[in-house]
Write a protein that binds this ligand. Sequence first.
Ligand code: IPM
Ligand code: MG
Length: 355
Amino acid sequence: MTNTKITVTPGDGIGPEVTQQAVKVLHAVAQRFDMTLDIQEVPVGGTAYDLAGTPLPDETLQACKSADAVLLGAVGGPKWEALDYSVRPERALLGLRAELGLYANLRPAQIYGDLVGASTLKPEVVEGADIMVVRELTGGIYFGKPRGVAEENGERVGRNTLVYSESEIRRIAKIGFEIAQKRSKRLTSVDKANVLEATELWRDVVTEMSKDYPDVELNHMYVDNATMQLIRAPKQFDTIVTTNMFGDILSDGAAMMTGSIGMLPSASVGGSNGLYEPVHGSAPDIAGKDLANPLATILSLGMMFRYTFNQGDADTLIQNAVIKTLETYRTGDIMSEGKQQVGCQEMGDRVLENL
Ligand code: IPM
Ligand code: MG
């Protein structure tokens, strides 16, 4: 049997603590599913900058390229905020997405167990909500050219370009339709077609493609309205497909519907392998204090089993263990009365017990 090669990039802030817990779970699940692992750990983000002067050293990139899947913690922190844009920790994330061709970012937002009380929205509004945000990840305004800040007519001018080709829209929409087919067959495409031509094309292409998916009920929404609807009545959404920047914004919104961004996993796919990371950032204020919630990273591992290894059963196993664990144990971010508060490590151990 061949070894499954997994590259772990813990990164900055709470990244190392949360990935450590996920790796414990990874070993246990791999054993259960008869997988032999070859795990390599490499630096990324600010940590890599401190070691090598760049947030994405070539060895890190190569280790990620050659892996079957990558598990990433988080990047960034105040220590590196003053650095030049080109070497900021966040550049590593963008570089990895582009270099690995990970054009589709899947961000599920659902309420695990009885966490419904953790949301700032009314329980009846969020109870049972289950949304999958499919975000385009290697195009749009994040990557469009020209870009930059230049001196023009005696003042500084900042410029970014929103650009989408038909093929870029088509491939992400295909993922959106296919995911909707496996869920409750409702797809909302979010754009700003009333103002931005690039997203008018987005809407046209998605509409054309809907003919090939007669079983999926497609609707379109402008991003401002979608934001309002997400807070007003989140249960109307099932699968959302949208551009890079709108997906960035809407997925944070969807995350808070669940109460804690500490619970949300993500998968970046579309290339020859996949990258899995929690949606939360590096949370430098609580880093190294054993306070972080490792569940988003553990759930990201579940997504790795589902989307890269085609082991949906392993994902279900992990999700059930998380739900079981939440019945009794909570990290500080999701603590509620009657539950027992634990740290990052113990949370990892409890999930292991419940596997
Ligand atoms: C995310 C983050 C990143 C993004 C940043 C850190 C580059 O906000 O993954 O949502 O904007 O894509
Ligand atoms: Mg974001």
